[in-house]
Design a binder for this molecule. Structure first.
Ligand code: ADP
Ligand code: MG
Length: 492
């Protein structure tokens, strides 16, 4: 009888419970160290035998960490126990209960605990944590088709394609995203680069593509990370000596989404390098990359050129500020989701008046709803006007010094060039001082910049002008009138 048959014959006589009981008895007797009873209770009692499959005993362990620990510390002991009970060909297979919201089933990973190879090759590094529950199993004995490591994709369930309102402003990006979700890595859109200004839906769309990909390809591993998280993990890995685990982990992903890659600009040189290599490996093996950034690849400054050149390989789809129809659609959807009713004219008023980005659109809507419910006021166009005024004026319209000069000069009916001139004529001096005052008040420009643009003055002159205007507005009736008028003009 050869040894295989021998093993099978032995196995046939046993059920998994008794096999495991025999293993436990052996382990208990042979645990090294003084605290062995405690060790036994902690690490062996919680193990549940689940099946005997031919010559393989399947045991369930409560977490990936548990598995790691056993493999690091007790692989030899387990190997001896299995060989003793199942014969030299016996195998041990772990079923790991993953603590992740998306793991419907326990993960099974197969380790030839006995046989030709030694299981002690498992790296000693601690497993890497990716989000809650997603863990790397640094197991070199991956048997294709059996090992299924599930990681937490870190996708948010609320940013879906379904609630991403379509418009001309996002048509290309959305369509490309859908194509990618259907055939990740198999389209020309690799990488898919989504770019556009703040609040225009990059994170929402990237996340939505990730969700759709999972829905259409449940077997694929999708991972969303912000570039900041990626950098942090990379630095942590460097500190802990687990860089190879870090790289290995990312190279295991089928669809990698990195959000806000511009964050690496002018820093994170080594992170960029690590990402460059991961990018290449994934791309070469037909895996999908989805990247977002606030600028097009060609305008991304401070990133390594070899990286930005990779980003140009696929499709760069821009998200544009939404047109008024899309803005209306987004507002209606948001209202429907929240079960709030609002007069159509109010919705229109907001949609027409906030044209910067979706985040501010939503912000205005939320503050309007909050105002109305807190103060028990009806949502009227008047209330909307107040909210929009507050919102738009305080956050959006960043006026320029040029614009301020124009308003002030128009008001006094003087030519705009006179601000730049060296004349000491009283009305020009006053207009110049008012321009400086409003530039200080309404822009983020420094005193030096303001001075430079208002007749090449120094910062002390600007400071003096600001004080003078404030004083005169307090003491001089005529001057106060001008300031009040101009205040109004800048609020229009
Ligand atoms: P970005 O990442 O480009 O700064 P986000 O994806 O965070 O922007 O979007 C800001 C907000 O606007 C989010 O609440 C998002 O759900 C919403 N949003 C953006 N575009 C759309 C859209 N087309 N349809 C519905 N909501 C949108
Ligand atoms: Mg974002």
């Amino acid at each position: 009888m050869n040894s295989m048959n021998e093993a099978n014959a032995r196995v046939a006589e046993k059920d998994y419970q008794s096999v495991w009981d025999a293993c436990l008895a052996f382990i208990k007797d042979n645990l090294p160290g003084r605290e062995n009873e405690k060790v036994f209770d902690t690490w062996f009692k919680p193990i549940v035998p689940v099946k005997l499959d031919g010559g393989t005993l399947i045991i369930q362990v409560p977490s990936p960490f548990f598995y790691e620990w056993l493999e690091h510390n007790y692989a030899d002991l387990l190997k001896q126990a299995i060989q003793l009970t199942l014969g030299p060909q016996g195998c041990l297979q772990y079923s790991i209960v993953m603590d992740t919201s998306i793991a419907e089933q326990p993960i099974t990973t197969r380790i030839p605990a006995v046989g030709g190879q030694s299981t002690m090759n498992v790296p000693r590094d601690a497993p890497m944590d990716i989000g809650q529950g997603g863990r790397v199993l640094p197991n070199p004995f991956v048997i294709p088709g059996i090992q299924k490591v599930r990681i937490n994709s870190q996708l948010s369930g609320s940013y879906t394609l379904h609630n991403f309102v379509e418009g001309e402003c996002n048509q290309l990006a959305r369509a490309a995203g859908y194509a990618v979700a259907e055939k990740p890595g198999k389209t020309a859109f690799n990488p898919l680069m989504l770019h556009g200004g703040v609040g225009l839906g990059k994170t929402h769309l990237a996340n939505a593509i990730g969700l759709k990909t999972k829905e259409l390809n449940p077997e694929l591993t999708v991972l969303y990370v912000t570039s900041e998280q990626f950098m942090q993990q990379y630095m942590d890995a460097g500190r802990n000596g687990t860089t190879s685990d870090f790289v290995h982990f990312y190279e295991m992903v089928d669809v990698l989404i990195v959000d806000d890659i511009q964050f690496w600009a002018n820093k994170a040189g080594r992170t960029q390098e690590a990402f460059f290599h991961i990018f290449n490996t994934l791309h070469q093996s037909g895996k999908q990359l989805i990247i977002t950034s606030d600028k097009a690849p060609s305008e991304l400054q401070g990133l390594e050129t070899r990286l930005t050149s990779r980003l140009k390989w696929g499709l760069a789809a821009e998200l544009l500020p939404p047109d008024v129809e899309t803005r209306m659609g987004i507002l209606r959807q948001k209202l429907a989701n929240d079960g709030v009713e609002m007069p159509a004219e109010v919705v229109e008023y907001i949609a027409y008046n906030i044209n910067t980005n979706v985040r501010e659109l939503e912000g205005a809507l939320i503050s309007l709803m909050a105002q109305s419910s807190l103060n028990h006021r009806d949502i009227t166009i008047d209330l909307a006007r107040q909210m929009v005024d507050k919102f738009v004026k305080s956050t959006n319209r960043e006026v320029t010094i040029d614009y301020i000069q124009k308003v002030v000069c128009d008001y006094f009916n003087i030519p705009i060039e006179s601000i730049q001139s060296r004349t000491r004529k009283r009305e020009i001096v006053q207009a110049r001082q008012l321009t400086m005052y409003y530039a200080k008040k309404l822009t983020k420009s420094s005193l030096a910049i303001i001075g430079l643009q208002c007749g090449n003055k120094d910062h002390a002159t600007v400071l003096h002008a600001c004080k003078t205007v404030a004083n005169l507005a307090d003491t001089d009736k005529q001057f106060r009138c001008w300031v009040e008028d101009l205040d109004k003009k800048f609020k229009e």
